[in-house]
Ligand binder design. Sequence first.
Ligand SMILES: C[S@@+](CC[C@H](N)C(=O)[O-])C[C@H]1O[C@@H](n2cnc3c(N)ncnc32)[C@H](O)[C@@H]1O
Ligand SMILES: [Zn+2]
Length: 378
Amino acid sequence: MLTKIITEGTTNIEVPIPDENSSFPPSSAAVFYNPAMKTNRDMAVAAIACFSKNEPDYTYLDALSASGIRGLRIANEVGLNTTMSDWEGNSVELIKRNIELNDLTNCTALKRNANVVMYDGSYDITDLDPFGTPAPFLDAACYSTKRLLCVTATDTAPLCGAHKKAGIRNYAAVPLKTEYYPEMGVRILMGAVARTLAKYDKSMTPLLSYASAHYVRLFVSVKKGIVKADKCLENMGFVSHCFNCGSRSWKHGLAVHIEEKCPVCDHKTTLAGPLWLGRLHDREFCELVLDEIEKREFKIIDKLIFSCRDELEIPMHYDVHKVCKMLGITAMSTVDLIFALKEKGFQASRTHFSGISFKTDAGMEDIKRVARELVNHD
Ligand SMILES: C[S@@+](CC[C@H](N)C(=O)[O-])C[C@H]1O[C@@H](n2cnc3c(N)ncnc32)[C@H](O)[C@@H]1O
Ligand SMILES: [Zn+2]
């Protein structure tokens, strides 16, 4: 395996040299390393630094570690006692060399199945960064995590409804391919995490959750206790979508009656769920992460966190182009439509999910009316 030493954050890491002919690092490489996930790791460093502020004794598990790059950064840049684990011998040898390279004394490297590591011990903070779906690791992670669970999922097609059967198998929920598919992905994954934690009498509070082009990422704080776990499950429910007029509604509960006909156009609706209908972020936590990012000069991710902080906590965003296409009118700017909705007394905001999308408490009929008026006015 050809390697080189790079610096990410303030950590030096020996990593495999990526194949120049491939646009994406192959999962068959001797040790996996994806430079494009730097922003994901920067976010982990900033979020975990905030979460563990004044708690230097928190333990962190990088359960699927590969080169160790994620765990090494947490050990070096946040200072937590870190365990890095991978079942590949090549990975663990590299992790050990990387621990030496950075003179770290707060790290342990294990060559073990991640599920065994998690069922064998408990960690304050657990990070799952698998190939594709985290589903095979969720049970053990929910069992083992005491305070913070960080999950990356790169199986966006199953989560968002493009590969529906795989989504159903992995998450025991029905995803739906709609114009708000990235939010579908976040809420399906979040729902699966909430239900898995509940098995172990644990609840969660989402601190920061987002979808980027290739993955979904969640940071949820975890607490033990059946009362909180029951309360947490009250955030679960279903989304009912009308593919005829674009209306959508949602209903909380795991066994609920949902009207099969669209209240707007009478067309038959389609269901997605069970999924998470609650909040996706904690505003105060986003503020702390923003400060941390400024301090650490991880500039590139601040825009994303500002958008997460400021977006309305209303499920399922709308797409300006889709609305305008349905109306047969030229697309207007997202900002103009948001402004017009607010002028009419609705709540409306941009969303991190897409630059041409918005969140609002207005229904589809009102949105269409406001969009039509805006075009006629121009
Ligand atoms: C996507 S890579 C991790 C990337 C790494 N976290 C980073 O930021 O660069 C997934 C890793 O999980 C390891 N892996 C997959 N299944 C595993 C299992 N059941 N137990 C332990 N390691 C596993 C693979 O060997 C691979 O190194
Ligand atoms: Zn309808």
